[in-house]
Design a protein around this ligand. Structure first.
Ligand SMILES: NC(=O)C1=CN([C@@H]2O[C@H](COP(=O)(O)OP(=O)(O)OC[C@H]3O[C@@H](n4cnc5c(N)ncnc54)[C@H](O)[C@@H]3O)[C@@H](O)[C@H]2O)C=CC1
Ligand SMILES: C[C@@H](CO)CCC[C@@H](C)[C@H]1CC[C@H]2[C@@H]3[C@H](O)CC4=CC(=O)CC[C@]4(C)[C@H]3CC[C@]12C
Length: 409
């Protein structure tokens, strides 16, 4: 392939910005980059003076014509756009609309919140044992039509873009509603992926759409080549939840209180390495289409396995915070009660205000279930090695948190 034009729906988000910068720094063949997002950031202006033609397009992935116009003429699309909401800020319908498509013609999870007159079957991932997806119900009229990821796929097909990289998530696999641990698992580890929450449901469905689109003929007759990357919990410069924890710690006099046992390990990956993996996949998909097309890859690096809170302290401790307690200060049953109370308050207050605290039954379950990956599939398939060491990733993140501190004073 000669010169490359790339499109990046979601290019102004936390991960999207890193992907954009990585493409500009590390992809010498890039001649044009189209950044498509609902909200365009002011930082885009500084990119417009370089050798690559950078076009920022304000648009909505749920609008098919806007997506098609942005994608037309590109070689590769890196689809990082998504509604990342596990706190109940957006409605389940909106999450589904942005992240997937209209009413699910296929479904992989029972969601009493979203589509639920009745629970729908779960799917099993791993060892190539994928259950056949079940047909869903007819859509209620207010959900028709409302495509997100489906629009990106159709835009590639209609306009002739042959390569599509989709940012999926570890959440597609788990943790599941049963709280089963996933310990040092890889892409082939059997795991019962049963979801109820709209976010993992939407990611699982979207990933399935992307993978099933692999091999479809695009305009001009060539086959579409797709693959999905599944980051674990991403951290690094721009990570909103880290910022929230930092501010919460400052409000509490420089302390955070342990709520999760230190023994529960949660997989994390540095944003720069996730971005690097996207760029490598975009680069290699053409040469290795037969091997990589239709595949999923966990995003991994050398970040240590720790609990969610202990991992965050790697950055927050050097910024002056401490984590109180070697064990959780509150018993687990009380946390479960508080999480349920928060969910109830959210529901009761909804007509008046948006109450969306960090702790809810879903976030508690995710934080309290071991989920770690150990794999070298990306290295084997397309030569991925993390670009940033753990020490580098840590230093960069600490520097960013310290910047947050000074900018908020
Ligand atoms: N943050 C994390 O720990 C993880 C994130 N992911 C996935 O990575 C992707 C990026 O996530 P983040 O950067 O963390 O989220 P983010 O919220 O910072 O970025 C998402 C971007 O998508 C854009 N967007 C949302 N709705 C849109 C719409 N209707 N049309 C056009 N653009 C729209 C937003 O404006 C935002 O810029 C998402 O697909 C998410 O599911 C996967 C694993 C972990
Ligand atoms: C119980 C609280 C006590 O301090 C801690 C609550 C932490 C939670 C807000 C986070 C714990 C695990 C996070 C999720 C995880 O990293 C996987 C994710 C993948 C995604 O694709 C999107 C984000 C997230 C769901 C992430 C969200 C925040 C947590 C639930």
């Amino acid at each position: 392939m000669g010169q490359v034009a790339a499109g990046n729906p979601g290019g102004c988000g936390f991960l999207g910005e890193h992907v954009v910068r990585m493409l500009l720094q590390r992809e010498p063949r890039l001649c044009e980059l189209r950044i498509f997002d609902l909200h365009l950031g002011p930082w885009l202006d500084e990119l417009k003076t370089g050798p690559v033609r950078v076009t920022a397009i304000q648009g909505d992935v749920t609008q098919a014509h806007e997506v098609a116009a942005a994608v037309a003429g590109t070689h590769v699309v890196i689809h990082t756009a998504g509604l990342v909401d596990v706190f109940g800020k957006a409605s389940p319908e909106t999450i589904h609309e942005v992240n997937v498509q209209g009413w699910p013609s296929v479904t992989c999870c029972g969601s009493p919140w979203t589509w639920g007159r009745k629970h729908m079957p779960s799917s099993t991932f791993g060892m190539g044992r994928r259950k056949k997806l079940q047909l869903g119900h007819s859509p209620p009229p207010h959900l028709l039509p409302s495509p997100g990821t489906q629009n990106v796929i159709e835009a590639c097909v209609q306009t002739g873009t042959q390569f599509l990289v989709y940012t999926s998530s570890m959440e597609v696999v788990g943790p599941n509603v049963k709280g089963h641990p996933f310990y040092r698992g890889n892409e082939d580890t059997p795991y019962e992926a049963v979801h109820r929450h709209p976010y993992p449901c939407s990611k699982a469905l979207a990933e399935r759409l992307v993978l099933e689109a692999n091999g479809r003929k695009v305009r001009g007759g060539l086959p579409l080549v797709t693959c999905a990357l599944r980051p674990t919990g991403i951290y690094g410069e721009g990570h909103q939840i880290m910022r929230d924890f930092y501010h919460q710690g400052l409000r509490l006099g420089g302390r955070l209180f342990r709520a999760i046992p230190a023994s529960v390990e949660h997989g994390r990956v540095y944003v720069g390495n996730v971005a690097w993996m996207h760029v490598l996949v975009a680069r290699e998909l053409e040469q290795r289409a037969a091997l990589m097309g239709g595949q999923v890859y966990f995003c991994y690096d050398k970040s240590p396995y720790k609990s969610y809170e202990d991992f965050n302290m790697e950055f927050l401790r050097p910024c002056g915070l401490r984590l109180v307690g070697t064990r959780p200060l509150l018993p687990y049953w009380l946390l479960v009660f508080l999480a349920a109370l928060n969910a109830l308050l959210q529901w009761l207050l909804r007509p008046l205000l948006l109450y969306a605290p960090l702790l809810n039954p879903y976030t508690l379950a995710v934080a309290n279930t071991t989920f770690t990956v150990s794999t070298n599939k990306a290295q084997r398939h397309f030569g991925y090695e993390p670009l940033f060491s753990w020490e580098d990733s840590r230093t960069r993140t600490i520097r960013w948190v310290q910047g947050v501190e000074s900018s908020s004073q």
